[in-house]
Design a protein around this ligand. Structure first.
Ligand code: AHM
Ligand code: MG
Length: 339
């Protein structure tokens, strides 16, 4: 490589966060410190996943989490890493994790003003096969009157100050967005140990003929969902081409592809999973914020804006449709037609 081609002025996540903070004179730096702790947990999880087959981290831990899933050893480790990072940041008051039945209240961080919701390792059914998994996170600024109860975090996605995810794939990709801001993508340079800004200002393509759904559930789908998927597979207009199907079974990986290529990802509520499968606080809402800020849409199975859904319990689930603006609009329109 010629020397002139080597990029020396790179934007690391640390630099990016510092520059973001500088745009907000009122900022205390707490959010930046919280994000530093987050990025450390992503790097650690990436490291353990990469080495899992070598260091006996594949398989079950012999326990199950709150929602009855068998926990993998890596689920437990990912959660422990995350909890420790949030506690150690000093800036996180409350933490909701998919792997923890109750909200964790960090009494030692009494004056911290942030609450975090996370799924430390999402898509863990794919782990032992080396298929991409991810971490999803949402950050809320606590109400000044918050007293550190779980009710303090039963908030709609519109209250998120930041959200995003990291995908542990061929490389680790971090996507982050802040309230009213852009969506920016970083790639972990493992040698440097830094996330490097590689995808500034991401926009989801307006439309794309790709759908991503677990079609094995179609027996249980409600008619509007069946009709919508059929309209993609069997176009009625002259010369219409059917959509392509892509489904990895890791929300983060399916969402990341959808963000880059366009299309739609769906996990609808159905006759078996009446409230859907994915969790509002740490799967649906953070992803919905990413897609809206990237110019896409995200709705629940009632075709309501996902970001406005208020969970009643920390592990509440929802149906979800997210992706390219026009592709989500098609779902909304076909549900309207069904009345
Ligand atoms: P998990 O949090 O237990 O890993 O489950 C969430 C995952 C998502 O990543 C993915 O979109 C979905 O479950 C796949 O579910 P299914 O195997 O039913 O298609
Ligand atoms: Mg999970």
């Amino acid at each position: 490589v010629g020397q002139e081609k080597i990029k020396t002025d790179i934007i690391t996540l640390t630099r990016f966060l510092t520059e973001e903070q500088a745009k907000h004179p009122e900022a205390t730096g707490d959010f930046t410190l919280l994000c530093h702790a987050l990025q450390f947990s992503f790097k650690s999880i990436a490291y353990y996943i990469r080495r899992s087959t070598l260091i006996n981290l594949t398989g079950l831990a012999g326990s199950s989490n709150t929602t009855g899933d068998d926990q993998k050893k890596l689920d437990v480790i990912g959660n422990d890493v995350f909890v420790a990072a949030m506690r150690g940041s000093g800036k996180c008051r409350l933490l909701v994790s998919e792997e923890e039945e109750e909200v964790i209240v960090f009494e030692e961080n009494k004056h911290a003003t942030y609450a975090v919701a996370c799924d430390p390792i999402d898509g863990s059914s794919n782990l032992d096969a080396g298929v991409s998994v991810g971490t999803i996170f949402g950050i809320f600024k606590l109400d000044p009157n918050a007293t550190g109860k779980k009710e303090d975090i039963l908030l709609p996605g519109t209250s998120l100050v930041a959200s995003g995810f990291t995908m542990y794939g061929a490389s680790a990709q971090l996507v982050i967005t802040m309230k009213g801001g852009t969506v920016d993508g970083f790639t972990l340079d493992s040698a440097l140990g830094e996330f490097i800004l590689t995808h500034p200002n991401m926009k989801v393509p307006r439309s794309r003929a790709i759908y991503s759904v677990n079609e094995g559930n179609s027996l249980y789908w409600h008619d509007p969902v069946k009709n919508w998927i059929n309209s993609l597979k069997y176009p009625t207009e002259e010369g219409g081409k059917p959509y392509s199907a892509r489904y990895i079974g890791s929300m983060v990986a399916d969402a990341y592809r959808t963000l880059l290529y366009g299309g739609i990802f769906a996990y609808p509520a159905d006759k078996k999973s009446k409230k859907g499968k994915l969790r509002i606080l740490y799967e649906c809402a953070p992803m919905a914020m990413v897609f809206e800020n990237a110019g896409g849409q995200a709705v629940n199975s009632d075709m309501a804006r996902m970001l406005e859904v208020v969970p009643e319990h920390i592990h509440d689930r929802s149906g979800i449709f997210l992706g390219s603006y026009d592709e989500v609009q098609k779902v909304i329109d076909s549900h309207k037609k069904a009345g």
